[in-house]
Design a binder for this molecule. Structure first.
Ligand code: ATP
Ligand code: ATP
Ligand code: MG
Ligand code: MG
Ligand code: MG
Ligand code: MG
Length: 254
C-alpha cells in the first residue's frame, strides 16, 4: 500500500544489492541433490542406476525448460542438472539470484510434485534438497568444455559404480572389499573385470546411464494434421564430439 511504501522503515531496501550477470555470456545454472547418496539408499534406489529416479530428474528439468524459453539446453546425470541459458537472454534483467532461485525452486517443487508418478510404491520420506550455482562462460569453447566435463564425469562415475555394484551384488564382496579391489584401477581394468568376471560388456549398458540426458527443443510434426510445434526432447548421446554441435547447430547459432 502507498502508506507502507513511504514508511520510515523504507530505507532498509537500500541495503539490497543487485547482482547482474555479465552480458553476452552463456549462463549455466547447475543444481545438485544434497546428500543423495543417503537419499537414494533411504528410498531404495536401484544400484548402480535407478531408472525411475533418473526419469523423475528428467521430468523436473523438462518442467523448468518448458517454463523458461531462454534455456536452450539442459544436461543431467545422477542427482545433478545443468541449465544453459542463451548468451543474449534478458530473463529477470540477468539478475543472478532471481534466475538461480527460480530455476532451483521450480526444479525442486516439480521433483516433489511428480514423485508419485515415478515411485508408485515408495513414499517420499523427507523433502529432497538441491543446491544451486550460477556460472558464466564467455566463449562457446568454454561452454562446450563445461558440458564435456560433466559428461566425462558421468562416464567415469558410471563405469566405477557399475563395476563396484557388480562386485557387491553379483560377486558377493562387501562394500569395503569392492572399494579396495577397485582402488588404483584404470578404466581398462574395470572394463576387464566386468567382462571376464561378470560377462558384462560395458559398451552395451544403457545409453542414459553412460551418457546422461541432454534436453533439447525440437520442432516436431503432428502426423494427424501436419502442424508443427516445438517440444522438449531427451537425448542420450555423446556431446563431446564436434558432430553433436553440427547436428544441433541451432544451439550455438553456427
Ligand atoms: P512477484 O512475482 O513479483 O513476487 P506477486 O504476485 O507474488 O509477484 P507480491 O508482491 O509478492 O506479488 O505479493 C504477493 C501477493 O500474493 C499478495 O499481493 C496477495 O495478493 C497474494 N497473497 C500472498 N499470500 C496471501 C494470503 N495468505 N492470502 C491471500 N493472498 C495472499
Ligand atoms: P552432496 O550433498 O555433496 O552432493 P551426495 O551424497 O548427493 O552429496 P553426489 O556426489 O552428488 O553426493 O552423488 C550423488 C549420489 O546419489 C550418487 O553417488 C548415488 O549414490 C546417488 N544417486 C543419484 N542418482 C541415483 C540414481 N538414479 N540411482 C542410484 N543412485 C543414485
Ligand atoms: Mg556435491
Ligand atoms: Mg549431490
Ligand atoms: Mg551429484
Ligand atoms: Mg511474490
Amino acid at each position: 500500500t502507498p502508506t507502507m511504501a513511504k514508511s520510515k522503515f523504507e530505507y532498509v531496501r537500500t541495503f539490497e544489492t543487485e547482482e547482474k550477470l555479465l552480458p553476452n555470456s552463456w549462463i549455466v545454472v547447475r543444481i545438485d541433490g544434497r546428500a543423495f547418496h543417503q537419499f537414494s539408499t533411504k528410498h531404495n534406489f536401484k544400484k548402480p542406476n535407478d531408472s525411475n529416479a533418473l526419469a523423475l530428474m528428467n521430468k523436473a528439468a523438462s518442467v523448468v525448460m518448458n517454463e523458461f524459453k531462454d534455456i536452450s539446453l539442459c544436461y543431467g546425470q545422477s542427482d545433478e542438472y545443468s541449465f544453459v541459458l542463451r548468451k543474449d537472454t534478458t530473463l529477470y534483467n540477468r539478475r543472478a539470484p532471481k534466475i538461480m532461485t527460480y530455476i532451483n525452486s521450480l526444479f525442486s517443487a516439480s521433483y516433489v510434485f511428480y514423485w508419485s508418478h515415478f515411485f508408485k510404491e515408495t513414499k517420499l520420506k523427507h523433502p529432497p534438497v538441491f543446491d544451486a550455482r550460477v556460472i558464466l562462460y564467455p566463449s562457446d569453447e568454454n561452454l562446450r568444455d563445461y558440458l564435456s566435463w560433466r559428461q566425462a564425469d558421468c562416464h567415469i562415475n558410471n563405469l566405477y559404480n557399475t563395476t563396484f555394484w557388480a562386485l557387491v551384488l553379483k560377486g558377493g564382496l562387501t562394500n569395503a572389499e569392492a572399494e579396495k579391489r577397485l582402488s588404483g584401477t584404470l578404466s581398462s581394468d574395470k572394463n576387464e573385470i566386468l567382462f571376464s568376471e561378470f560377462g558384462t560388456n560395458y559398451n552395451n549398458e544403457p545409453e542414459m546411464f553412460k551418457k546422461g540426458t541432454i534436453l533439447l527443443r525440437k520442432r516436431v510434426k503432428n502426423p494427424k494434421h501436419g502442424k508443427t510445434r516445438v517440444v522438449v526432447l531427451p537425448f542420450h548421446e555423446d556431446l563431446i564430439q564436434d558432430n553433436f554441435w553440427e547436428r544441433n547447430s541451432e544451439i550455438l547459432g553456427i
